[in-house]
Design a binder for this molecule. Sequence first.
Ligand code: NDP
Length: 398
Amino acid sequence: MAKVIIIGAGGVGTVVACKCAENHDVFSEVVLASRTKSKCDAIAARINKPWFTTDSVDADDVDQLVELFNRHKPQLVINVALPYQDLTIMEACLKTGVNYLDTANYEPKDVAHFEYSWQWAYRERFEKAGLTAILGCGFDPGVSGVFTAYAAKHYFSDMETLDIVDCNGGDHGKAFATNFNPEINIREITQNGRYYKEGNWITTGPLEIHRTLTYPNIGPRESYLLYHEELESLVLNFPSIKRARFWMTFGQEYLTHLRVIQNIGMARIDEVDFNGQKIVPLQFLKAVLPNPGDLGENYVGETSIGCRIAGKDKEGNPLTYYIYNNCSHQEAYRQTGTQAVSFTTGVPAMIGAMMFLTGKWVKPGVHNVEEFDPDPFMEQLPVQGLPWHEVINADLEM
Ligand code: NDP
């Protein structure tokens, strides 16, 4: 029995809230806090439980967070606001003795740069305070790391290659929309690609490398190599990995829109003058694009995210292993009113919180998900709506 604060009331926050409410035996009291309280109130009205309350906070402001945490005294904060708020929330946790979990690594607002160094710098302070911080506990990062840890624990003596494959085979019926926060999404995709090979990071042009991969129940889809943050921790935590890459599917229509957005300057993240006001074009674009949280109603099809791993099994024989989850947009909508991308992020965040609160993932310091025992987390995935499947010694197409 424990009290948690969820920060962020977007698509992912909605799912975390609904799933915490379904697991009241673990989450005895829940506070949903965000910058716009009316969004929290709308979610709370849907949940409609006396132990589920709302509050407002500007999570860029450590003092406001400290006041919020002192007033509610939660055991854990589930951060599903934006990556910009990770460090202020971690600071406030240290000041008030609250444990921490998030789904995306810290990013400074003025440069689109993804790395864990800023958050790993908090390791000693969390350890000394006896507090646990769990980083990157969505689907990817998140389940992708748990899947890899599960493969290492139960199947491999040496994992040699890791390919994380992320396909959205769904259709929301809009000309262009992003599946999670547009600003964060477009910053990520327009970056150079990067992958790990034998101790080095190889940089590629944005979306330069692509190939057709076949996804279960979806079929062949063009998949593009991107840099993704979990690669950084996975190659450190599993040093036998010689090559690690991340692939994501995009349709031609999406890529054409993205190219136009970039070519006309709407993906810029620096300030420009507009009628005497400073605006950031990408933030303005977010205001006019469809809200990812509202895409669910007409979304059909499935997502399929998994890990394709090759190496040696426990006896030293060659082994290939593919572990994945498929999630239906319509089923996600039926359960939480959101689409599958929010659902596949929010459910693991709730499970990570459950792992901490039930004492299975308690380790003072700052940790990535693959540093914990994967088994109890893997047990919860199907129970909470994300079943997983394994394919042994098939062609990985890699
Ligand atoms: P949304 O943009 O839909 O929601 C973000 C929420 O955070 C909004 O409620 C917003 O409030 C709130 N927020 C933003 N800034 C602040 C602030 N300063 N103080 C308080 N609240 C704030 O995003 P999503 O729900 O789509 O994504 C949430 C997080 O999940 C992101 O960090 C994203 O990167 C991550 N993610 C992780 C994935 C994974 O698999 N690991 C996959 C997808 C997403 P307001 O309404 O006022 O703007």
